[in-house]
Design a protein around this ligand. Sequence first.
Ligand SMILES: Nc1ncnc2c1ncn2[C@@H]1O[C@H](COP(=O)(O)OP(=O)(O)OP(=O)(O)O)[C@@H](O)[C@H]1O
Ligand SMILES: [Mg+2]
Length: 307
Amino acid sequence: MSCIYPIGGGKGGIGKSFIAANLGALLARQGNRVVLVDLDLGGANLHTFTGISNIPVGIESFLNKSARNLEDVAVPTNIDHLSIISSVNCSMEITNLYAAQKIKIINALAKLPYDYILLDLGAGTNYNTLDFFLSSYEGIITLTPEPTSVENAFKFIKALYFRKVKQILGQNDFSFYSKQVEMNSNALEVTSQVIDSVLERDPAKGERLLQELRKFKFKFIINQFRKTVGAKLGEKIEKVCNKHFYSEFTFLGNVCYDERVHDSIYSRTIFVNKYSYTVSAIDLSHIVKNLQGNMETAALRTIGHYE
Ligand SMILES: Nc1ncnc2c1ncn2[C@@H]1O[C@H](COP(=O)(O)OP(=O)(O)OP(=O)(O)O)[C@@H](O)[C@H]1O
Ligand SMILES: [Mg+2]
């Protein structure tokens, strides 16, 4: 069975693509068939992390029907078992996907014949990004220890929640229930207040909502970790999220800041291959182990509500 791991996080420049490329390389090193999918349609650069400069086909060919299947536009990298589906050739029109195009991509992702499918998402909380993230129950949120990044990660999680709750309840019900709470508040409690309000007025609907939210097993990674930061930040965030949201949150680990990441990108070589004995590369290996320890729960999501 394939595992889809979307990698998002709300903020730009925190290392989403770095994490996607390096986890992909480590998983491929184990002999798994891995594909990296660049869904940062307006800012695609994942191919550069993998050292490829010439991308003949990509998501645009799948959307304009010159390629029949999404798997036909996967390009092999110079790492065994690791391929990439790029969006670097997508035009400006394509970067603002129509809903139908988004659904076409999400449905095709679920059919890709790979062991691991890693989705590199763009920054921000636009609906395309949120829906790509929610296309699997196993999304990985990336953040750095900086307060701005932590803040954006919480914003991202709240946006995911509201997007999902709105999809389950429908627009009318969602408007009704969200009017019951102070939606503009920055507090994390707002999400659970909406759900509590549904549970109170319509217990059956509230239970259905909870059942769906509980299927999500979110994970998160703290990247660019430095010694000056409290080592327990990840555990603290895990605790807060598990308290305020009705899904499971697992902290997969820290990845240390290392100047040589910059160098690996310059030389267009995957970091874990060029600097395999660094603390950061070992951190990434631990994360792969933790991810695989979690795998019994990893399941492809069918996208019923889109059909
Ligand atoms: N662990 C790390 N140590 C040092 N530098 C890092 C680390 N991770 C990422 N970087 C640096 O951060 C930069 C941004 O990384 P990356 O492009 O992966 O971020 P992103 O979240 O994908 O950004 P965007 O939102 O623009 O797509 C990289 O160019 C790299 O130099
Ligand atoms: Mg990126």
